[in-house]
Write a protein that binds this ligand. Structure first.
Ligand SMILES: Cc1cc2nc3c(=O)[nH]c(=O)nc-3n(C[C@H](O)[C@H](O)[C@H](O)COP(=O)(O)OP(=O)(O)OC[C@H]3O[C@@H](n4cnc5c(N)ncnc54)[C@H](O)[C@@H]3O)c2cc1C
Length: 463
């Protein structure tokens, strides 16, 4: 053992993936420390604690974590039921983090601000692979590590409202009227929505969840209005695959949403992007732009930004990362999950080799590993960390024997308007996941592009 081997592996984040990594590190007898920015295990999950997940318990528990919990006499939840985020924390993550094998090694209120190599900036090559990592925390404390498993998720870095990936004009100034994705409309946050008009922007499951809660609220609270703006010409992808969805709860979500829209309880605006926000007399005016350049504005009380998430690679800016330019995942993983091509939620089993960066022994895992792709499942993260930790232990046979405990879906069947030839998974018979029942990626649901009068035919570099 070298001195470097005596240093702990540092895991960033005590969410489902980070705590699973801790369980595997314990099993492998490797020293570790988990640094969690929040003050509880599953701090991000707790923020969407009121939302019921789509995957049943059987897919939500890591195997190494399970072994440790079983040893301690844990009563496992019914594998077939769907927990809320709060139940995921209370019935699984908290008991796991409390185990004597993990508890002394988990630090709360420890936000990692930056990661580098001790004594080496990103430019320096000589000695790099044998230099310890240096992690600086928000409180100024510094720690050294043999390896870093970055399981910090994406919850705290939501996408902006502006369609071009930049903030809409006035977005920062209108912050008091904006809601993070998935507010607790029927619970703690109810007061902000009762008797008010809310605009939900976005076309994913977070938007659908919020819209259903708002429609439920509107049914019992007079004056509560709901408008939904999407960029696509039709909400086909949000409505999803219905009965063809491998997760019935997810399929039902789209069907319920469609019923509210068809009945006029939710007003749907299609083909819109958000251009500007202007606070006006205690409300906020939202300027929306059509694909043909024409504009419309709507004045509402609240705006829910359900536009997805992006990874924060800023903390690793001094490391040598080889990121896919589209997703911000590794280049090996990105083509397997690119939402332009895939919608199925399937992925081939993958581990350390697919997650490796030029920076030896730094791995982004879990939700963060998917970058901007929205289809991550906990079970995928559990296999990622099993493989990464096996590699850190030098057990390359186990590290490369990647398995995924999810049904093999192969082809995603479809009831959408997309042609059969666009099937997204036909070429990936080994994909594992919980198919969504819709086929084709974002390319099969084009948005109207904003037209310019004098756009050059050959792009910026016309021959
Ligand atoms: C509403 C919703 C429903 C979902 N439903 C499902 C489902 O049905 N099935 C499924 O498999 N997946 C589902 N997912 C996707 C995914 O599995 C979860 O988001 C899961 O929580 C990801 O786990 P994670 O550990 O990778 O990240 P997170 O749960 O986001 O955990 C990251 C942790 O890192 C901490 N952290 C962040 N930055 C720092 C820092 N700089 N320093 C220290 N700590 C930091 C955070 O506080 C957090 O505790 C859902 C996601 C959402 C949002």
């Amino acid at each position: 053992m070298t001195a470097l081997d005596d240093l702990p592996t540092i895991v960033i984040g005590a969410g489902p993936t980070g705590l699973a990594a801790a369980a595997h590190l314990h099993e492998r007898g490797l020293p570790f420390t988990v640094l969690e920015a929040g003050d509880t295990p599953g701090a991000a999950v707790r923020q969407w604690g009121h939302v019921r997940v789509f995957s049943p318990w059987r897919y939500n528990i890591d195997q190494a974590a399970r072994r440790l919990l079983d040893e301690a006499g844990w009563v496992a939840p019914d594998p077939g039921t769907l927990p809320t985020g709060a139940e995921l924390v209370d019935d699984y993550l908290r008991p796991l983090a409390q185990l004597p094998q993990l508890k002394p090694h988990v630090r709360y209120g420890a936000r990692v601000e930056a990661i580098s190599r001790l004594g080496l900036d990103r430019l320096r090559t000589a000695g790099r692979d044998t230099a310890p990592f240096l992690l600086r925390l928000a409180d100024g404390d510094e720690l050294v590590a043999r390896a870093v498993i970055d399981a910090s998720g994406t919850w705290s870095t939501p996408n902006v409202l502006g369609a071009s990936g930049l903030r809409a004009r006035g977005e920062a100034e209108a912050a008091a009227y904006l809601e993070h994705a998935l507010p607790d409309v029927l619970g703690a946050d109810r007061g902000r929505f009762v008797g008010r008009h809310t605009l939900v922007v976005g076309a994913g499951h977070s938007a659908a969840n919020t819209l259903l809660s708002l429609a439920e609220l509107a049914a019992v609270e007079a004056g509560t209005e709901v408008t939904w703006a999407i960029r696509a010409a039709a909400p086909t992808r949000t409505y999803g695959g219905g009965d063809a969805d491998a997760l019935p709860a997810r399929g039902a979500l789209g069907a319920r949403l469609r019923a509210h829209v068809d009945a006029g309880r939710i007003r749907l605006l299609t083909g819109f992007s958000v251009r500007a926000l202007t606070p006006t007399d205690g409300r906020v005016s939202v300027a929306l732009r059509h694909g043909d350049g024409s504009a419309e504005s709507i004045t509402v009380d609240r705006v829910v930004a359900a536009t997805g998430f992006r990874p924060d690679h800023g903390i690793a800016a001094e490391l040598r990362l080889d990121l896919d330019p589209v997703l911000g995942a590794t280049r090996a993983l990105a083509p397997l999950i690119d939402p332009n091509e895939h919608s199925c939620g399937t992925v081939p089993p993958h581990g350390v080799d697919v997650l490796a960066h030029p920076e030896h022994c730094y791995f982004a895992v879990g939700m963060k590993s998917y970058g901007r792709a929205p289809t991550f499942l906990m079970a995928t993260g559990y296999e990622q960390v099993r493989s990464v930790v096996a590699a850190l232990a030098g057990d390359w046979a186990a590290a490369r024997d990647v398995q995924l405990d999810l049904p093999e879906t192969g082809v995603c069947s479809s009831d959408s308007a997309v042609s059969a030839g666009d099937d997204c998974c036909g070429s990936q018979p080994t994909g594992r996941g919980l198919s969504t029942g819709i086929s084709g990626g974002l390319r099969s649901a084009p948005i109207s592009l904003v037209a310019l009068n004098a756009a050059p035919a050959g792009g910026c570099c016309a021959s």
